[in-house]
Design a protein around this ligand. Structure first.
Ligand code: ADP
Ligand code: MG
Length: 486
């Protein structure tokens, strides 16, 4: 995408400048929110729209006289001080009521957009006293296909299998679908590894909202967002692009990590984001890491992304993989023996997409040849996939599997914590490391937070003892061993 992008930086640069007031305003809003609290902010201040700057005076608009008077009385001075601190050239704040007629329309309070246009040469300057927000299009349920990707009809809440690793993310997604833009859930930030259901959940939110028939929804990958943005720059239609984006009720951007290093697109996304959130619209974002771990994204964007609800989808557990396989097998109508499902769930652990792919292949095969699915046939049909998963087991892998199995943090494998809930799985991991790898006791100890080889020895003895005493525990350890060996 580098060819033919000459001028891209220059245009984006100009855009950034145009939006500079919006940046200041969003910072001021953050401070105001921190000072007065969320409720107060939402009640009074969120309705403010930024108007033009005239010499040392900035005009801010409010939709009604009542609000204007209230804000002037309660916050007038503070607004002046904050603006002055942000932009020293601004010494006065003028509060005005937006043009009658616009005031009764649902208010976009589109601080960023208004501020951008106030200093934009793309649009004719607005008369100072008539800052009517763009008239709202009538709301109806729609996917904004003009600017978004279609939703995959297979990805709904009904087809999403819920288990421990994803129940929180699922609940958040449901909540947003039921009541978009609720405080505390905006933005909704979903993150997790590849193929764990982020896209599925986003589509499910979209499908649900559309089914309810309440809102307009735009879903697109961050990559597509970037290409759309670049295309808009090329065709000199950035204002249109922005307006389109800012007219949706729910904007979902998938795989945000794609924007790392794409500073100009990040900038644009940041403004869109602010404009939408400030206008009370819902944003849903997915990424492969948490906001704080997305190094390479601008700080202010990361901060804002983390302001709503952050929900992670953990790696799948054996149980969840079985449930997913069961659901998909039963939907296919082909009988797949439990033994085969277990085998697959043991073998293919990295992501659901692969698991699904393997099952689909089995099912296709069964349908094609009209033969029952057996363990033997499975090994045969999937032999290339299975081979790819046959690797020598490493200590890291053992730690990961064991941590996953008992739902503890991977870091606890090397932490100093001694609580039994952590110490026991750690001992099992040491035991398995001894059993399944050729590493020496001191080597193993080092991998577990630099522990002494005697600690490892003790763990091996202790786990062996416990396995003799407690059949359920023995079964757990055996299961782990089989998973790791297979
Ligand atoms: P991601 O976006 O996180 O990379 P996807 O949402 O594309 O992952 O999921 C990959 C595939 O796995 C999709 O076909 C999806 O339907 C399926 N999948 C993932 N998690 C689940 C789940 N919990 N229940 C059912 N299907 C799932
Ligand atoms: Mg995805």
């Amino acid at each position: 995408m580098t060819g033919g992008l000459e001028g891209y930086d220059a245009v984006a640069e100009a855009n950034a400048q145009k939006s500079v007031l919006a940046i200041h305003w969003s910072r001021i809003c953050e401070r105001l929110k921190a000072e007065v609290g969320e409720v107060e902010y939402r009640t009074w201040l969120r309705q403010i729209t930024v108007g033009p700057v005239d010499e040392d005076e900035i005009t801010l608009y409010l939709p009604t006289r009542f609000l204007r008077d209230w804000v002037r009385g309660q916050y007038g001075d503070r607004l002046g001080t904050l603006w002055n601190a942000e932009v020293p050239a601004i010494r006065r704040v003028e509060l005005q009521v937006a043009r009658p007629g616009s005031a009764s329309a649902p208010l976009p309070a589109d601080g960023a957009a208004a501020a951008a246009s106030a200093v934009s040469e793309d649009t004719p300057p607005q008369p100072a006293a008539a800052p009517a927000p763009a008239p709202e299009e009538p709301r109806h349920a729609e996917v904004r296909s003009d600017l978004a990707a279609p939703l995959d009809p297979r990805f709904t809440f009904d087809t999403f299998v819920v288990g421990k690793p994803n129940e929180f993310a699922y609940a958040c997604a449901r909540r947003v679908a039921e009541r978009p833009s609720s405080p505390g859930f905006n933005p909704l930030f979903l993150y997790g590894g590849v193929g764990l259901g982020k896209t599925h959940l986003m589509h499910a939110i979209g499908a649900e909202l559309l089914r309810e028939g309440k809102v307009s929804v735009a879903y697109m990958s961050a990559e597509k967002f970037m290409y759309r943005f670049i295309a808009a720059i090329r065709s000199q239609s950035t204002m249109e692009f922005k307006e389109q984006l800012r007219s949706v009720d729910v904007l979902m951007i998938d795989d945000l990590q794609f924007l790392i290093g794409k500073d100009n697109t990040q900038e644009e996304f940041f403004h869109t984001f602010n404009a939408l959130v400030d206008a009370g619209r819902q944003i849903v974002v997915s990424a492969d890491k948490s906001p704080s771990d997305l190094s390479g994204l601008e700080d202010r964007l990361r901060t804002r992304l983390g302001c709503g609800m952050v929900a992670d989808i953990h790696a799948t557990t054996f149980e969840l993989r079985i449930s997913i396989l069961e659901a998909k097998a039963s939907a296919s109508g082909v009988v797949v023996p439990a033994k085969v499902l277990e085998f697959l769930a043991h073998k293919i652990t990295s992501n659901v997409r692969e698991l699904e792919g393997a099952l689909n292949r089995l099912i296709a095969h069964a349908n094609l040849f009209g033969r029952p699915v057996t363990l033997e046939a499975t090994q045969d049909v999937l032999h290339d996939i299975l081979k790819a998963h046959d690797r020598r087991v490493t200590i890291e892998e053992i730690q990961r599997k064991v941590a996953e199995h008992w739902n503890i943090r991977l870091t606890d494998m090397s932490s100093a914590r001694r609580a039994r809930a952590v110490a026991r799985p750690r001992q099992v991991a040491m035991y398995l490391a001894k059993q399944l790898t050729s590493r020496s006791l001191p080597e193993i100890g080092r991998k577990f937070g630099n522990r002494d080889h005697t600690t490892v020895m003790h763990a091996v003895t202790r786990v062996t003892e416990l396995m003799e005493q407690d059949p359920a525990f023995a079964e757990d350890v055996e299961l782990l061993r089989r998973m790791l060996e297979s």
